[in-house]
Design a binder for this molecule. Structure first.
Ligand code: NAD
Length: 489
């Protein structure tokens, strides 16, 4: 399959935090790939703004290194890299002071899309929004892109929304959730709404339960300080997993356009049930002493440097959706660090047939539609078939497997989540970005759950690195006569 690349309008993209980790690993390599794919028009420019003093040459060298490190070797073409670097400028700018703002203003052109990516700590979002207006750099058509985390509870998310709203309309604000930019996540919508096959089954009458898993093998790494204040609920569930749940559970929007899709997602969040304390299991990874051929591994509390931390690096919970379509269907969510394998997956398990005509009843396994976001993006539908060969009618399960990598030709151009989302900003398409009311509704759901475990003074359960999480999380499913899918890589 050959992909079509449609160039976007000319733009000036300002990356605040252009020397930061996210810019280096994702934003700049992503923009280079879009340049290579021919999606950037000739007069598209990228202006990096950050606190460090450096000249343009030094910044271009920084970006060249980022490309060398984070772009696949096959895409590193010397002449193309030079042409891309020529599009870059750098302005040392202080979000909190006056340095750099006049120079930035002088660089901006009229008649092109102006987009400002806030790839800085959220505490600077308000200051940047104010400065863009104070210096007359942003106008009514400009767009701002804000990174996560968007608040740490309802009150802070509301305050942040109000700060941004003081200077920008909702149609100008792009709250990024990179999960929504993943190819498979968008495929989820295609599968649901471009086929007549699944939608009739997509309800409480036919679906037994849904599992959403985001398992990581890494620990908190260098993000310990941030993570210990957030935990898995705030870092993963309230945003990324909530978005996945919305896309599975929402009603068909009347059209694939921003507010139609976001209205339907919002209805799902508002219909979420609370989570009782026996419907939630929190965990924290233990350390591992050195063993044969393997180094010792620090525990979570050692990683974050807080021996008394009660923050969860794992969470499993069961939630319901109070509406006609999903009444009584549990959605089981789990996410954690230092687990057995790295996998993000949504699995929809269908109910058993109402009556079996076969003797071999115990051979029956559920039909499961599993949608993998990573690794190896694709979908598998498990169906029951007759076991091949003689010996009567014996049943066995068979996966109908579709790996996107196998299906697409090698040179197919699949943009990574960040590059796709940045191009959507330039196109002015907000469909894959969170609206302010969605974010607030998600916090309004999460806040009482977090408050309840804090009030109980609950400690997370320990689990071994490389395991599937705490034992108690198994019970969450077993009690309901169900089991988690294996965390397979
Ligand atoms: P970072 O600490 O690596 O970089 C911060 C950037 O902000 C630097 O370029 C720095 O010069 C700039 N900066 C700091 N103070 C400034 C000031 N007063 N004025 C102007 N610029 C200033 O941070 P990061 O990891 O790149 O993260 C940036 C944002 O992206 C944060 O909101 C973070 O939560 C979010 N995020 C990061 C990742 C990631 O993988 N790094 C993932 C998801 C979200």
């Amino acid at each position: 399959m050959v992909s079509r690349v449609i160039p976007v309008d000319p733009f000036d993209l300002v990356i605040f935090g252009g020397t930061g980790d996210l810019a280096r690993r994702k934003i700049l390599p992503g923009l280079y790939r879009r340049f290579l794919a021919g999606q950037m028009p000739e007069d598209a420019r990228i202006i990096a703004a950050a606190r460090s003093e450096m000249d343009e040459d030094a910044y271009r060298a920084f970006v060249a290194e980022a490309i060398a490190e984070f772009v696949e070797p096959g895409h590193r073409d010397k002449a193309q890299i030079q042409a891309f670097l020529a599009r870059l400028s750098y302005v040392a700018t202080d979000a909190k002071g006056s340095d750099g703002w006049d120079s930035l203003k002088a660089l901006m052109r009229d008649g092109v899309v102006r987009a400002f990516y806030f790839s800085v700590a959220p505490s600077l979002f308000g200051a940047l929004a104010e400065k863009l207006h104070e210096y007359g750099i942003a106008d009514g058509d400009s767009r701002i892109v804000v990174e996560k985390p968007f608040g740490r509870d309802l009150a802070s998310a509301r305050a942040l929304n109000a700060t941004l709203a003081a200077h920008f309309n909702e149609t100008q604000i792009y709250r990024i959730d990179h999960y929504l930019g993943k190819e498979t996540v968008q495929n989820l919508m295609a599968v649901r709404f471009a086929n007549s096959l699944f939608e009739p089954l997509w309800n409480a009458q036919h679906v037994d339960h849904v599992q959403i898993t985001v398992a990581e093998t890494v620990g908190v790494g260098g993000r310990g300080e941030y993570y210990d204040r957030a935990g898995a609920m705030r870092d993963m569930v309230q945003n990324h997993m909530m978005q996945l749940l919305c896309l599975i559970a929402m009603e068909p929007p009347y059209k694939f356009e921003p507010d139609a899709v976001r209205d339907e997602k919002l209805k799902v969040i508002r219909a979420l049930t609370g989570v009782g304390h026996d419907e939630i299991v929190r965990g924290q990874y233990r350390g591992m002493p050195a063993r044969e051929g393997r180094k010792a591994e620090p525990s979570y509390t050692e990683d974050v440097g807080n021996a008394h931390s009660r923050t969860e690096s794992y969470i499993a919970l069961k939630v319901g959706i109070s509406n006609w379509r999903w009444q009584g269907v549990p959605f089981y969510l789990r996410t954690g660090k230092k687990l057995r394998n790295r996998i993000s997956e949504i699995a929809i398990t269908f109910k058993e047939p109402p009556h079996s005509i076969f003797d071999e009843d115990d051979a029956w396994r559920e039909n499961v539609l599993a949608i993998r976001l990573q690794p190896d993006e694709g979908m598998t539908l498990t169906v029951m078939i007759k076991e091949p060969g003689p010996g009567g009618m014996r049943l066995t399960e068979m996966p109908l497997d579709m790996s996107f990598a196998d299906w697409l030709s090698e040179d197919a151009d699949i943009p990574d989540a960040y590059e796709r989302l940045i191009m959507d900003v330039i196109r002015g398409n907000q469909t894959l970005f969170m609206r302010g009311d969605e974010v607030e509704a998600a916090w309004a759901w999460a806040d009482p759950i977090i408050a309840a475990w804090e009030d109980r003074g609950e400690r997370p359960h320990g689990y071994d690195p490389g395991s599937s999480g705490p034992e108690d999380a198994l019970m969450l499913m077993h009690r309901d006569g169900r089991r988690w899918r294996e965390i397979r890589g």
